[in-house]
Ligand binder design. Structure first.
Ligand SMILES: Cc1cc2nc3c(=O)[nH]c(=O)nc-3n(C[C@H](O)[C@H](O)[C@H](O)COP(=O)(O)O)c2cc1C
Length: 273
């Protein structure tokens, strides 16, 4: 058996998951990712954060514009307030540091003003998207770097539940908004996180042209793999992954306040034209 087979079996939640002959330590590391929601109180040092940030900044950036920033929050009181704004998630309080990843067009506005340009393009949806993409790519590099140092992470999309309140807490200027948070810390070994299966590649990888029908068998396999995963983790999920996911997108109320994101973004200085 290929020594890497267990990694692929865990990633796809299937003993039949194919194991490619191509492989590397980096891919092995990526395959072992799992979100961590229980942390020890051990601090994340400035030295460690410097290494993680260098990895984050090594991500590609649209037109080399660097339209993102991060606020590192360690103050327990501020973390608690942000936890409250993000659906009261306990792991935000527990993690020694919360990194809040920002789409940041304020710096570019400032740069343009200083060199006498108008920066009118910042008022378009495209530039907001550039900021979000840049932030996401940098954050994922940070996740990989943190995990390589033995740390655990979990993204916090709920940081978008109340964008204006988060902006006030972090003293964000106009044209800057939190895209998501990221808890970082030493995983608590008493609550180990498991590798969560992904859909078979037939669901996400298309050859030449896109097809929805071609995904159906893989989706059925995924429902089954996720049901096994829920049971193994003692998670009380009603129905299959399909049911669970459909519920998550049922109506505006299922967006936990994010249904008014466009309005919030406009208030925070994004034109979104
Ligand atoms: C952008 C983004 C936002 C997320 N927001 C949250 C969140 O608010 N709370 C949480 O516990 N997990 C959050 N997650 C973690 C996902 O639930 C998790 O990545 C997914 O279930 C897959 O599990 P895994 O990361 O362990 O493989 C988020 C993930 C992403 C990518």
């Amino acid at each position: 058996m290929n020594a890497r087979a267990p990694l692929y079996q865990a990633r796809y939640g299937s003993p039949d998951a194919p194991t490619p002959t191509a492989g590397s330590p980096v891919i092995d590391h990526l395959l072992a990712h799992r979100s961590v929601r229980a942390y020890l109180p051990d601090p994340v040092s400035d030295d460690t954060l410097t290494a993680i940030m260098a990895a984050a900044q090594s991500a590609a950036s649209s037109s080399n514009l660097h339209a993102w920033s991060v606020v590192a929050v360690r103050d327990p009181a501020r973390k608690a307030r942000l936890a409250e704004l993000a659906g009261d998630q306990e792991h935000i309080r527990q993690a020694p540091v919360l990194l809040v990843w920002l789409a940041d067009l304020a710096r570019l506005h400032d740069v343009a003003t200083r060199v006498g340009e108008s920066a009118a393009a910042l008022d378009y949806l495209e530039m907001f998207e550039v900021g979000v993409i840049d932030a996401a790519l940098a954050a994922q590099n940070a996740v990989t770097a943190a995990e390589s140092l033995g740390l655990g992470t979990v993204y916090i999309g709920a940081m978008r539940n109340r964008p204006e309140d988060v902006a006030a807490e972090l003293q964000l200027p106009p044209r800057v908004v939190a895209v998501f948070g990221l808890c970082v810390g030493t995983p608590d070994p008493r609550h180990p996180a498991a590798v969560k299966p992904r859909p078979p590649q037939s669901v996400v990888l298309h050859q030449e042209t896109y097809s929805l029908p071609a995904q159906q068998p893989g989706l059925a396999e995924y429902d089954s793999a996720m049901s096994t995963f829920y049971a193994s983790q003692g998670m009380k999920v009603r129905g299959t992954w399909s049911h669970h996911s459909a519920k998550r997108i049922r109506d505006a109320d299922s967006l936990s306040g994010r249904d008014r994101l466009v309005e919030a973004l406009r208030k925070l200085g994004f034109g979104l034209r």
